[in-house]
Design a protein around this ligand. Structure first.
Ligand code: CA
Ligand code: CA
Length: 588
């Protein structure tokens, strides 16, 4: 055996301990910098959605043209919210109704397709969407609407393992992209409208066996390697009686990971039920009625699932202001380690990355009604009159006072991810200006039934627009510019070192803006509404951009008057890939 071969064999043996082939932890950690692949949801587990590529830029964007398109096929044309992954010549996308596809990244030809066999009686609250996959080793992972997680062979699409996250008959489902950290596949759950219990789970990526669980309601215990571990919070500190047992706080949008502080962050949905008066009293010695850890961000130790810190955006939440929106780890212009998030409740928050401590928060939508600001700890200063009235105080006990609240329960920003630009230091936030009539009603928990105790109608706040893409300076909270859109924005955003901000509209346009001015530089009509998440990568020296088109998601189902206003929009299911031809790539 010559020296070269011997060294190669030793190398294989050394790495063969875990994953001899495929995607490694180092590759996941370096995803943003490696421009020829896209290995993680968020284009980096910090979720910045920033590409250092500048082959495509403000000067040559006119030359960006379609390279290929792919139809998801079938009759299952519902909201397409996936973010593609790209590795080793293959693009992995997920589709509505828990489907997954592997495509040849150069041609768009299908390599394999996996259709989950979903049981009757699944209970997805807000369309049959899926937001993407995770890749690690030789496997790809995605969650299905019946609250399962599936590991597929990345080359063949064959099922390697398939595990139950929770019982779909109780209202659990799963739509987020999983995340891989140190060989663990990390998932949340959906179902905050059904009185489920939010949880984060970590599994061995090879076998699917549970390593730890972390419930997101105070009073529940986590598990670690099959044994009971620590309690989440302190029993009954912020919940009255047994209300915590069906307290919601689902972790439905998945998480982010900051490698520098070794912290996972998951956000949690509304507490259940929506009627906040039923959760109002708690331990007077503690934070009465705050209902931890609902409507919060939770910092978690990825090794054992223990809670490191929490930040609650909406205590005693009563407007369905889920706190799930993504936390983006970034470094400020002056070098401070920060998190930022744009909450459903209409505030944009900057937190300390080490301990989740509050740094600043500002409204990013106009016309906020429910709070007049934030105190020095980031706790909202409530407008008490804007809390939906207590049904028990009404004449017949059946309906509390109706109030008009803004933003609506679909949020100043919903799930659609914002982007951070390392070039400008700004965030680019897809937001919506809308409000709602909302009232409370009596409700009791019943397994598998909606557990709201509320009624509502969403309304536009302005005649000419609902959506607005905003450039926000996180150091000051200033909105540098905004671009309005008639329909509500529901797509992800991406930034590039080429000075471009990409996003899509429900009207079907895929758009590139100037990151400094907001000027529209390029657009392409994709044929259906865009509620997916763009990515970009480099192949053979050329830059490519991909986005999926296919209208749907929560707006048509729950949007009230807004849903009627946009009912003309056509459904679809097509992935578009664009390319800047080499001869057009010179920077003048
Ligand atoms: Ca990469
Ligand atoms: Ca909710």
């Amino acid at each position: 055996m010559n020296m070269f071969i011997k060294a190669a064999v030793i190398g294989v043996l050394a790495t063969g301990m875990s994953h001899a082939e495929g995607v490694t932890d180092e590759m996941l950690a370096g995803d943003t910098a490696s421009t020829s692949d896209v290995l993680t949801n968020g284009m980096g587990r910090h979720l910045q959605r920033y590409s250092p590529l500048d082959i495509l830029n403000k000067d040559n964007i006119d030359g960006l043209v379609p390279a290929w398109a792919f139809s998801l096929g079938g009759e299952k044309q519902r909201g397409q919210e996936t973010q593609p992954l790209i590795h080793d010549g293959i693009m992995y996308i997920t589709g509505s109704y828990s489907r997954m596809y592997a495509l040849d990244v150069k041609t768009g030809r299908e390599v394999w397709q996996y259709d989950a066999r979903l049981p009757e009686g699944i209970l997805p609250c807000c369309d049959v969407v899926n937001r993407g996959a995770a890749i690690y080793g030789d496997k790809v992972y995605f969650g299905t609407l019946d609250a399962r997680i599936v590991a597929l062979d990345a080359k063949t699409g064959d099922v390697v393992w398939r595990k139950k996250i929770e019982d779909y008959k109780a209202g659990y489902s799963y739509t987020a992209a999983p995340m891989v950290v140190n060989g663990l596949v990390i998932t949340g759950n959906s179902g905050g409208e059904f009185g489920i219990v939010g949880e984060v789970q970590a599994r061995d990526a090879e076998t699917g066996e549970l390593v730890w669980t972390r419930p997101t309601i105070e009073g529940y215990y986590g598990t670690y390697k099959g044994e009971q571990s620590t309690m989440s919070g302190t029993l009954n500190e912020t919940w009255p009686g047994d209300m915590w047992k069906t307290g919601g706080a689902s972790t439905w949008l998945g998480g982010s990971y900051d490698i520098e502080t070794d912290t996972l962050v998951f956000g949690t949905s509304n507490p259940a039920p929506w009627n906040s008066w039923l959760r109002a009293a708690g331990n007077p010695e503690g934070k009465e009625g705050d209902n931890l850890f609902a409507a919060s961000r939770i910092g978690i130790n990825p090794e054992n699932g223990d809670i490191k810190w929490h930040f609650q955006t909406t205590p005693r939440e009563g407007w369905d202001y889920d706190g799930v929106n993504e936390m983006v780890a970034y470094t400020s212009r002056s070098g401070e380690k920060r998190w930022a998030t744009a909450d459903r409740n209409g505030f944009f928050y900057v937190l300390n990355r080490e301990d989740g401590g509050f740094v600043r928060g500002v409204p990013f939508v106009k016309d906020m009604t429910w709070a007049s600001g934030l105190d020095e700890n980031g706790r909202p200063i409530f407008v008490e009159d804007n809390r939906p009235g207590d049904p028990a105080a009404s004449a017949d006990g059946k309906k509390g006072d109706v109030i008009f609240a803004s933003p609506s329960f679909l949020g100043g920003k919903n799930w659609m991810p914002m982007a951070f630009s390392q070039k400008t230091g700004n965030f680019y936030v897809p937001s919506n200006e809308w409000g709602m009539d909302i009232w409370n009603e009596p409700i009791t928990y019943k397994k598998g039934a909606a557990y709201l105790g509320a009624g509502f109608t969403i309304k536009p706040n302005y005649d000419d627009h609902i959506g607005t893409l905003k450039a926000i300076d996180p150091d000051t909270g200033d909105i540098k510019w905004e671009v309005k859109n008639e329909a509500p924005l529901w797509s992800g955003v991406m930034t590039t070192a080429g000075g471009l901000v990409f996003y899509g509209t429900p009207e079907g346009e895929f758009i590139a803006l100037d990151d400094e001015s907001g000027e529209k530089l390029w657009s392409f009509q994709t044929g259906s509404g865009i509620v997916g998440q763009p990515v970009t990568w480099e192949q053979d020296g050329e830059q490519y951009v991909t986005v999926i088109s296919g209208w749907g998601g929560a707006v048509p189902l729950w949007g009230g008057e807004v849903a009627k206003k946009v009912s003309y929009l056509n459904q679809g299911g097509t992935l578009w890939t664009f390319r800047l031809p080499r001869q057009l790539a010179s920077n003048n």
